[in-house]
Design a protein around this ligand. Sequence first.
Ligand SMILES: Nc1ncnc2c1ncn2[C@@H]1O[C@H](COP(=O)(O)OP(=O)(O)OP(=O)(O)O)[C@@H](O)[C@H]1O
Length: 377
Amino acid sequence: MSDPAISATGTKKVTCREKGRFESDTVDYTASPLLDVRELKKHFPVRTKDLFRPARDFVRAVDGVSFFINPGETLALVGESGSGKSTTARLILRLLEPTAGEILFEGRSLGRLGPEMMRQARKQMQMIFQDPYASLNPRLTVEEIIAEPLQIFHVGSPVERSRKVSRLLDIVGLASRHAKRYPHEFSGGQRQRIGIARALALNPKLIIGDEPVSALDVSIQAQVLNLLKDLQEEFGLTYLFIAHDLSVVEFVSDRVAVMYLGIIVEMADKETLFRHPLHPYTQALLSAVPVPDPDCRRERIILPGDIPSPVNPPAGCRFHPRCQVCREVCRREAPVFREVKPGHYVACHIRGQGSEARGRKEEVGDGGQETVDGGGT
Ligand SMILES: Nc1ncnc2c1ncn2[C@@H]1O[C@H](COP(=O)(O)OP(=O)(O)OP(=O)(O)O)[C@@H](O)[C@H]1O
């Protein structure tokens, strides 16, 4: 077993990395990722009426998530509401303590850093929030909002901070005369630019965007997404981009990880994921994306029911109660998240076989019956 991470550009570099997190037949390795998330879990206790009794149930919001992001790339995290995307982001930023698992930033485990090292690591990771109205303090001027992280980390003198704010405003396409104004004087897109300027203040390496454009009008979304792309190029930023909207994901991402009920069910580079999705859940998500060209339209797959409760996730494959290709094994066993082609990982008993393994399986037969062939939609 080896960890066959392939870089976004497809270059395969051999470095010695921990083995065994992903099941794989290939032996390709990548350069050190900026962020390496390993078997991350967050289980929130469900409080009973009796406050003194320990919780018996847990919300398994994140339940064994592994992924990596290489420097300078954008990994999009997609999935229905409640699949655990925001919790994953908050765990990475240590706004929440993980129940289990490890987060490595530039090769160092965040859980093992002392307070001062953690403080330094925090400077390197910033967040852009979904709601540009709620995320900015209405009592502070734009200058105070953007300079706040600099002040907290004691960076520069007041004059230097003021100069930096002007530079940041310029970088995000706002004028320095805006510095003395308050958030309510700006449009949604402008406010999001202020949020981006604040996120850039400490020269971070990683920016986590939690639905950063979903509250904006479509025309403004495009401007903010273009800005984020330009900034990435200019400053070599690495993004973890959380989004519902797959058209946005297709525009911004290099690779995509699909989350369902606390786990990642599929991860691949953008082209592979959008053109050859394997997991029935990914196929259903993509089938809902509007496509202008009628020749390229996919048949819409309507998933039955809602996402189940993360307190009692279904046994076996978590997706099986809603899956159109479910077989007996899916009810019994959780599928391994394994690499089926270089860089393409899937957790599915039916679709998560390499072509060779699938051929062998079909020869032998497993007694199951696919009800619908949703492959290659
Ligand atoms: N502090 C908490 N205590 C208990 N349960 C929580 C807590 N935070 C999140 N959850 C639960 O964890 C699950 C995952 O939530 P999360 O917000 O991470 O999902 P999401 O994919 O980001 O959804 P959305 O897109 O709606 O934000 C949900 O069932 C949510 O109710």
